[in-house]
Design a protein around this ligand. Structure first.
Ligand SMILES: Cc1cc2nc3c(=O)[nH]c(=O)nc-3n(C[C@H](O)[C@H](O)[C@H](O)COP(=O)(O)OP(=O)(O)OC[C@H]3O[C@@H](n4cnc5c(N)ncnc54)[C@H](O)[C@@H]3O)c2cc1C
Ligand code: FES
Length: 261
């Protein structure tokens, strides 16, 4: 699969909450080749500190060569990216990894928790374009508070998806875990796509397994290179051994993952 390195101009910077940001960058070759569930490696800043690029899911792609990443400030790299302004340039490599493999049949259910919502928007866009978005059950979105969810939920709605939300503090939607919302939908779903914290994905994989519903999960691992060279991004495989998340993933079928690690 083709990968590109582009000096991308930031065309838009949005601050969704105190620590959640969205950067839209113009990188036409990466945007044209990107598939939902793939990611980019972004150099944060112009100096050698931090040395390593940071991985981010491709959140949105537009027909005019732009893509967006949605991220929470965690440490030095994301702090630098959050301070980057429109007109500045970012060094981006992508699209990387193996993304979602949408089942041609539906109904499809997308479940995102926290920043795990990021790749699901691109998947939702893709399902619509390929004619599989209509008449799906609600997209399930969870976060700590409503501030993180409001704009994103609205954007899924604008695509035409029904949306159900859950927040830890009860400030929006179901007060509690987003996974609680899945039970009522499983009987009508053929394929579940999930990205979020590991315990959330483990729960969704378990529920889907019991119900006989196919499930694809997008895993996170620490990534030094993102290119298959450092072998640092391992995750235990159900067949024994390890997956290399950056090359074989980040998306896997739930049954390929050893959840009991
Ligand atoms: C394939 C992939 C896609 C991702 N997509 C997104 C996204 O769309 N939005 C988003 O906000 N984040 C995403 N992440 C996580 C993001 O890459 C990290 O939050 C970021 O690299 C942190 O960089 P930093 O320099 O700010 O923090 P660091 O200074 O590098 O780290 C700060 C702390 O966070 C921990 N940490 C760093 N990276 C990870 C990780 N990958 N998993 C668990 N703990 C980590 C470190 O151990 C450290 O304790 C993704 C990660 C992967 C592997
Ligand atoms: S991050 Fe280096 S091999 Fe996966």
């Amino acid at each position: 699969m083709a990968e590109f390195q582009e000096k991308s101009t930031i065309v838009r910077r949005e601050q969704l909450t105190g620590d959640v940001f969205r950067l839209t960058v113009h990188c036409p070759r990466i945007a044209a080749a990107a598939q939902p569930g793939q990611f980019v490696m972004v150099r944060a800043g112009e100096t050698l500190d931090p040395l390593l690029r940071r991985p981010f899911s491709i959140h949105k792609v537009t027909g005019d060569g732009k893509l967006a990443v949605l991220f929470k400030v965690i440490g030095k790299g994301t702090r630098l990216l959050a301070a980057a302004m429109p007109g500045e340039r970012l060094d981006v490599i992508g699209p990387l990894g193996s993304g979602f493999a949408p089942d041609p049949g539906g109904p499809h259910c997308l479940i995102g928790g926290g920043m795990g919502i990021a790749p699901l928007y691109f998947l939702a866009q893709h399902l619509l374009i390929s004619g599989h978005g209509a008449a799906n059950p609600p997209v399930l979105l969870g976060a700590q508070t409503q501030a993180e969810l409001l704009l994103l939920a609205q954007e899924f709605s604008e695509l035409g998806y029904p949306v159900l939300t859950a927040t830890d503090d009860g400030s929006l939607g179901h007060p509690g875990l987003v996974t609680d919302l899945l039970d009522a939908l499983l009987a009508e779903v053929r394929q579940v796509y999930v990205c979020g914290p590991l315990p959330m994905m483990r729960t969704v994989a378990g529920k889907c397994g019991q119900a006989g519903v196919a499930c694809q999960v997008s895993l996170e691992a620490h990534m030094a290179c993102g290119l298959g060279a450092c072998l640092g991004c391992t995750f235990p495989a159900s067949s024994g051994g390890f997956h290399h998340v950056c090359k074989e993933g980040p998306v896997f079928r739930a049954e390929e993952v050893l959840w009991s690690r």
